[in-house]
Design a binder for this molecule. Structure first.
Ligand SMILES: NC(=O)C1=CN([C@@H]2O[C@H](COP(=O)(O)OP(=O)(O)OC[C@H]3O[C@@H](n4cnc5c(N)ncnc54)[C@H](O)[C@@H]3O)[C@@H](O)[C@H]2O)C=CC1
Ligand SMILES: O=C(O)C(=O)COP(=O)(O)O
Length: 387
């Protein structure tokens, strides 16, 4: 029986995919696996029994990835599962920033008792007029799951789209419309674009990447959209630029005391992925990842260990070993198994940065003694008898 804990509410269509071999527990301290959305995990005590964390979403800045890796906890996310939800809200953000839709709606509500509202509206509507997005230049910073969808949809909306991502994946590049202009210097986006939307992960290297210098380069009346993370933007500098009339609007999905209520800020309460479809997609993918890891030892879509998959085990036993990415590990495993008289029927070893994973199928049952010996090898972080 595997135990799982949900640190945030997770869509039931996903949790229903857990078989009778899984039990939901309220205490993380008893869990083999945890599912999480945006709950902050940095200060949580991570129990020794915890084997996996699945982030039902994209951003993993709420999870201590290295601390998890050191404890042999595999962290997954669900790439692309909520990208369409975010893309659609980005367009809402662009439209709200371009036309005074909110002001117009508020005006209607304020005049709801006016019997002649239809007539008055025709006189007042000039106060809420705006501009169209078609024909304008949009800069997309970060061409991953969301950025590609935004860029492609913007082409269909008649925008002139500039895309910047020095680390673009091959599959994202395949999916990107050929009409998107490839920008290799982000400053060209800052200087040229009427709308700038940011879709990069929050990392040490991206923190405050949209800083005062970047803002100073922007066109007068530029509109900046941030549906990625607030810490990517120097928001103090942004609020100053809005107050000075340099930037027209800053649309953010991350409310905080700096931006909420500040002139020119349009702020939503982290709604990008809050759609039934995105929540379902993320939950389904997260549960599938956890099940594949718990039952088969396979790692798919991990952010702190390499992906490594051998399907279902068809031999007498399977061992999964999370270890540091240093030389000489595999030979020590094969010696240990050989000394125990165990034949290796199949093996896959993958590495990612400082960490690596090996899956070993063996022709005889895996004993506790062998597991103990493998655990004692220096550099090993966690050994699991998968079968
Ligand atoms: N508002 C919301 O509810 C949501 C927000 N997000 C945020 O959006 C971010 C992006 O999500 P996805 O597109 O799904 O992630 P992704 O991992 O598919 O794409 C991120 C892209 O950013 C690129 N990148 C990294 N550093 C860069 C840099 N310095 N300059 C330009 N590009 C860079 C990567 O190469 C990658 O292509 C997430 O990390 C998360 O913080 C994601 C989903 C929902
Ligand atoms: O997937 C992401 O990175 C998000 O920001 C979505 O967060 P949420 O799952 O809505 O708390």
């Amino acid at each position: 029986m595997f135990k799982y804990n949900c640190l945030n509410p997770i869509a039931s269509v996903g949790l229903d995919l857990f078989s009778n071999d899984y039990e939901k527990v309220e205490d993380l301290g008893q869990a083999d696996a945890a599912l999480v959305r945006s709950a902050a995990m940095h200060d949580l005590e991570l129990p020794d029994c915890l084997l996996a964390v699945a982030r039902a979403g994209a951003g993993v800045n709420n999870i201590p990835l290295d601390k998890c890796a050191e404890k042999g906890i595999v962290v997954f996310n669900t790439p692309g599962a909520n990208a369409n939800g975010v893309k659609e809200l980005v367009f809402a953000g662009m439209l709200y920033a371009s036309r005074d839709i909110v002001g117009g709606i508020d005006w209607c509500l304020a005049n709801q008792n006016d019997e002649n509202i239809a007539k008055t509206a025709e006189k007042q509507k000039k106060n809420f007029a705006g501009t169209e997005i078609s024909g304008k230049k949009l800069g997309v910073i970060g061409l991953g799951a969301i950025g590609v969808l935004v860029a492609n949809a913007a082409i269909h909306m008649g925008m002139d789209v500039y895309g910047y991502d020095p680390y673009i994946s091959v599959s994202a590049a395949w999916n990107l419309s050929r009409s998107v202009k490839h920008i290799s210097n982000v400053e060209d986006i800052y200087r040229e674009c009427d709308y700038i939307t940011i879709h990069v992960p929050l990392l040490d290297s991206t923190k405050k990447m949209v800083n005062a210098e970047a803002i100073a380069m922007m066109k007068p009346n530029a509109i900046v959209l941030n549906f990625a993370r607030d810490l990517l933007v120097d928001e103090e500098a942004m609020v100053e630029a809005l107050a000075a009339g340099k930037i027209k609007k800053y649309v953010s999905d991350f409310p905080n005391p700096t931006t909420v209520g500040a002139k020119g800020c349009i702020v939503t309460p982290h709604l990008g992925a809050s759609t039934a479809e995105s929540e379902d997609n993320c939950a389904i993918m997260a549960v599938r990842e956890i099940r594949d890891y718990m039952e088969n030892g396979n790692i798919v879509h991990s952010v702190n260990f390499p992906d490594c998959s051998m399907g279902a085990c068809t031999t007498a036993g399977r061992i999964g070993i999370l270890h540091r990415n240093v030389s000489g590990m595999i030979s020590q495993y094969s010696t240990t198994l050989g000394d125990a008289g165990m034949n290796i029927a199949g093996m896959t070893n993958k590495s990612k940065g400082d960490y690596a994973y090996v899956l070993i199928d063996v022709d005889s049952p895996v004993t506790d003694e062998v597991i103990q010996k493998l655990e004692n090898i220096e550099g090993v972080l966690k050994v699991r008898k998968v079968k």
